[in-house]
Design a protein around this ligand. Structure first.
Ligand code: OGA
Ligand code: MN
Length: 204
């Protein structure tokens, strides 16, 4: 079993090289299941909001997910180990790559069947504090025919599809890779997370 430190070093090397990578389970299966249960519970209880696009409007044809932000100073029991792992990863990336990542933010997302997120960039070049995008998947028993892949548009015109299987973590540089969420035949849950640099002008 490779240690967390080794896996994070591999991630740092991949980000420094290709700018993206996909990691195996970030958390034990029970911890991922607890996140999935909380996410689905919030969705069922109508505690999630239709996601908005850059204009601040909901635009379901472009983006059909429902989201709920983690409250970083009031994390649930299920969220704590996830945020701890993401923060450990953030520190590892800072040590290896000196990216100056100051903080993380995260939200649950549920995509109903047929919902998509059209091709986009998480950061408009230079206009946003997001440096690294991390997406963690919460869906058991997901198969290619279920659809719902995250499609990454790579530098050389190729694409790479990531299935949203429980435990998978996709990492990529926010200002470099356009990506999209393909529609799925079933409900699709994820946690979208960004590691941010300090906003210009913010206090240290
Ligand atoms: C996003 C996003 C990808 C996914 O929320 O910006 O691209 O696979 N999510 O859920
Ligand atoms: Mn995105």
């Amino acid at each position: 079993m490779t240690s967390l430190a080794d896996r994070f070093q591999t991630a740092a090397d991949a980000l420094a090289g290709d700018g993206w990578c996909v990691l195996g389970p970030l958390l034990p299966a029970e911890a991922t299941a607890a996140l999935a249960a909380e996410c689905m519970g919030m969705h069922t209880a109508h505690r999630m909001t239709p996601a908005r696009v850059g204009t601040g409007q909901a635009a379901p044809a472009l983006r059909g997910d429902h989201t709920r932000w983690f409250e970083m100073n009031a994390l649930s029991e299920a969220q704590q180990p996830f945020v701890e792992a993401i923060e450990t990863l953030r520190h590892a990336l800072n040590r290896s790559l000196m990216l100056g990542l100051a903080e993380s933010e995260a939200h649950y997302a549920v995509y109903p069947p047929g919902a998509r997120y059209a091709r986009h960039l998480d950061q408009l070049r230079g206009r946003d504090a997001r440096v690294v995008s991390a997406v963690y998947y919460l869906n058991d028993d997901w198969y290619p025919e279920d659809g719902g892949a995250l499609r990454l548009y790579l530098d050389d015109g190729r694409t790479h599809d990531v299935l949203p299987r429980a435990g998978t973590l996709a990492l990529f540089l926010s200002d470099r890779f356009e990506h999209e969420v393909l529609p799925a035949t079933r409900e699709r849950m994820s946690i979208a997370c960004w590691m941010r640099r300090r906003e210009p002008g913010a206090l240290p």
